[in-house]
Design a protein around this ligand. Structure first.
Ligand code: HEC
Ligand code: HEC
Length: 457
């Protein structure tokens, strides 16, 4: 029997004394379980459990440390649990929480595990601006015929996206590295995987990943489709370290998943194909079309400040000489149409990008550019997260583009030298102001894209 020492002691004028204590009575408990306790006001104590094994905990209280009464049994569903307890009696009160292998009886039903709306959110047909239903953006839609987005499929994908069960030690979910508040990107330069190891690239934002005409995924486009992409982080030895057979077995043991798979695909069978399809449906549901820029489109940009409009004109090449941003960051989705590009970050190439996958030297240093939508939320920038803010990005394009054999033509100046924009400080600030208009604050709070797990209250 392992006992963690009492973690907290709090009192107010001898009215309340509360102590929480974790007592571990079995080796089955996950070794990194933690309990935290704080007194939120005179008579209320808040319990916070972190337990990647998702176990049931018995919470008890006692006024004399001799006889204990069970307050409740609580189950951790996705690594974390919170609850507040109020001491109505106003006497001394001690609390303890412990694991008991015979009391693991709370089951993972959909109603217990997830907070889902009675009527499903609409994922299948989000309302889109007019420009999204015609070319060129229509042709950028990478939804395949065999995996149309349905409400039930994306609901399942949402649970999978936020579920730490997808990593081998149940500590990392997709959302650990693709954070809603950060436009589904990672604010860290390099993401941290399930065992603490770092990757070598910055996790890009996922806004409007649905629209990219080359239909490939990752900075080096190594995934041919989004359906292929979604299984890769799960099996990546640094990111989630899981095998697909272990994952299907683990999910099949969860009643809430058999439910969600049945709703999405018509039967309770859990296959890797279904996992990848549902995750792809959820990622394609990360649709951002309510930015200041989108409103501007409908009102002739009268909602923009003078500075934002100057930035818009610079971005779209309407100043003299023209600045080429929109040649590569094109359409209302701000993605290249058919080209792969090198924007002259460095030479020699530290990361070969697409060339590292294809072995074609002419593709060394070429990278996919994800949509610039919500770019103000997705710092740091570039495949290696080298720039911490947009002012640095703009300063780089203004004067820092590096000559290299594969530098894309729009960034070549006279005589084949890298283009120098010679923008004034005010023009550079205007370009940053314009990029800020691509932020969609609805996306970062939209409940249909948020974590659905029940973490107590
Ligand atoms: C440990 C961090 C981490 C985890 C966990 C993670 N990702 Fe990522 N994700 C990244 C990084 C880093 C990249 C860029 C990697 C690259 O291009 O080589 C990326 C790229 C992507 C892309 C490509 C976007 C594009 O426009 O090409 C998608 C889509 C994506 N992740 C979805 C997911 C999904 C779905 C999951 C869960 C199954 C997930 N990620 C789990 C870090 C992570
Ligand atoms: C020749 C094509 C090209 C042009 C022109 C271009 N870019 Fe880029 N841009 C890229 C590529 C390629 C990347 C990704 C490079 C990488 O990470 O290696 C990128 C990345 C970015 C990023 C970071 C994206 C992210 O998610 O980290 C921003 C912001 C950006 N560009 C803004 C601009 C602005 C502003 C201009 C005009 C001053 C501009 N770009 C001109 C090709 C271009």
């Amino acid at each position: 029997m392992k006992t963690h020492p009492a973690l907290h002691f709090a009192g107010r004028s001898a009215v309340l004394v509360a102590v929480f204590k974790i007592t571990v009575v079995s080796a089955q408990i996950s070794t990194n379980a933690q309990l935290c306790l704080s007194q939120t006001n005179g008579g209320t104590m808040s319990l916070s459990l972190s337990n990647s094994g998702d176990q049931v905990w018995v919470v008890q209280s006692s006024s004399n440390l001799i006889s204990w009464a069970t307050v409740e049994n609580v189950k951790v569903f996705n690594g974390t649990y919170h609850r507040s307890y109020t001491n109505g009696a106003k006497g001394n009160l001690f609390y303890r929480a412990f694991y008991d292998s015979t009391q693991q009886t709370i089951s993972d039903t959909t109603a217990n595990v997830l907070s889902l709306p009675a009527t499903s959110y609409n994922y299948a047909s989000p309302s889109l601006p007019a420009s999204f239903s015609v070319n060129p953006i229509l042709a950028e839609d990478n939804t395949p015929g065999n995996d149309p987005t349905t409400d039930a499929g994306a609901t399942l994908g949402r649970a999978l996206f936020y579920d730490k069960r997808l990593s081998t030690n149940q500590t990392v979910s997709c959302a650990s590295c693709h954070v809603q508040a950060n436009g589904f990107s990672d604010p860290r330069q390099f993401s941290v995987g399930y065992n603490g190891s770092l990757g070598t690239r910055n996790a890009m934002g996922l806004s409007n990943a649905r629209w990219y005409q080359r239909k490939k995924f990752f900075w080096d486009e190594r995934a041919a489709t989004l359906e292929d992409q979604t299984l890769q982080p799960i099996q990546n030895p640094i990111e989630m370290g899981m095998t697909l057979s272990a994952l299907t077995n683990r999910l099949a043991a969860e009643p809430y998943y058999t439910n969600l798979f049945a709703a999405a695909f018509g039967s309770t069978v859990i296959t890797t194909n279904r996992i990848s399809f549902a995750l792809a449906q959820f990622v394609r549901s990360i649709v951002s079309t309510q930015s200041k820029y989108d409103i501007g489109e409908t009102v002739g940009f009268t909602n923009f400040t003078a500075q934002e409009n100057l930035g818009r004109q610079i971005f779209f090449g309407q100043t003299v000489p023209p600045v080429p941003c929109s040649v590569c960051h094109a359409t209302d989705n701000f993605v290249p149409t058919t080209t792969l590009n090198n924007n002259g970050l460095e030479y020699p190439y530290v990361d070969l990008g697409v060339g590292g996958i294809t072995g074609v030297a002419a593709q060394d240093g070429l990278f996919k550019v994800p949509s610039l939508r919500n770019i103000a939320l997705t710092a740091p920038y570039m495949h290696d997260g080298r720039f911490t803010n947009l002012a640095q990005v703009v300063a780089f394009y203004n004067s820092g583009v590096v000559s290299n054999p594969n530098l894309s033509p729009p960034l070549l100046g006279p005589g084949g030298q890298p283009l120098r924009l010679n923008l004034s400080a005010a023009q550079q600030a205007a370009l940053v102001a314009f990029l800020n208009t691509l932020t969609d604050t609805n996306l970062v709070t939209d409940p249909k894209l948020s974590d659905p797990f029940n973490y107590g209250n």
